[in-house]
Design a protein around this ligand. Sequence first.
Ligand code: GUN
Ligand code: ZN
Length: 449
Amino acid sequence: MMTPTDQIIRGRILSFRHRPEGPEDTGAYTYLEDGALALAGGHISACGTWDEVRAGAPAAPVTDHRPHLILPGFVDTHIHFPQIEMIASWGAQLLDWLNSYTFPAELRYDDSEHAAAMARAFHDLLLSHGTTTAVAFCSVHPGSAEAYFAEAARRNMRMLGGKVMMDRNAPEGLTDTAQRGYDESRALIERWHGTGRVGYAISPRFALTSTPAQLEAAGALAAEFPDCPIQTHLSENHGEIEATRALFPEAPDYLGVYERYGLVRENTLLGHAIHLEPREIGAMAERRAKPVFCPTSNLFLGSGLFDDAGLRGCGIVPGIATDVGAGTSYSMLATLAEAYKILQLRGQALHPLAAFDWITRGNAEVLGLSDRIGTLAPGSEADLVVLDSTATPAMALRVSRAETLAEELFALQILGDDRAVAEVYVAGAAQLDRAAAQGRDETRALQPA
Ligand code: GUN
Ligand code: ZN
């Protein structure tokens, strides 16, 4: 028997089927001016015009978000949970920034109570920015991952993450050992991977902070748990690349270090991937690994300009992410704005349709989750973001002159941030109720007709 409809969400519906080839590719998406979603048991049970969806569930309660847009919740494929306290730290590039600001902040996650308080703040920040799924690095302390997963589970969010494995080149108090990193990660996988909507990502931080023995242990874990994603960092900064070559002189290049230990596969997420050798690009394509573009971070740390079109031209499918705390915003909209500017410097123009596909369906595909999240297709989990493209006076003025959906989306992409997020749903449950709090009348819970 079909699950009965719990509620109907009405508004302007936008969902992508594949990455738009260009501005004219209307077949890539569904856009319904007066659309609606029927939600049942935390899933989307129908997506169509208001008339169609209403006819299928005439008695269900309705939340009317018109004139706002309803999209799948945003997906952030690379973020650091313990860095929420040191985002916006001045004056350094990657290695100095890690030593001066990041490692001292991560040391505090030894304290489980602190980790639990910060996990609450972290999830609040994600949701208020419209992000319903993220893949996060926790600190080296298993308690930080425990706090992170417990908070995600409490909110019924589809979240991925893992404790970082690091056994050298970090302060005492931020290192495990090859064996401890393996044991603690394994225990967390057994406890959390596939518990509710939570998934575990095996997380050797990067080549510089792991001994060969630890990378070998991470590889063993990866072989035992093939459906756990692997997340790490690759070729973000020239100093980092030189230091990696010095530590692993036998490897052909940086990616070769990870390949050597069985850490490069289809569900491997490689943060940054900016300064790549041709061999690395070929190997990444062959193994279907996923580079992750972190635009605000790459600008903030002066790391370099990601080559999106170049990688896609080789058949590689990149993700896009905030990389907070080197990233400077939790907003995937602000992330798209900086992505646009970086790609302009590369002579590549990121079209708004492709941009909104990227932060929803595209990132879900990168995580192998596009059958569950990232689109509004019936059967998907009901993680939604409701966007107000007139949220600020500057946006309202610009959007009043917009003649097409793409123009409106581009205003959101360039001018938008958390102020444009009118509501967020996690598995069908509204999280912000901002419109109600502000007494606006365009969002109202209607009684059954
Ligand atoms: N490389 C290794 N660790 C990190 C980190 O925390 N942030 C960034 N941006 N790069 C890294
Ligand atoms: Zn990172």
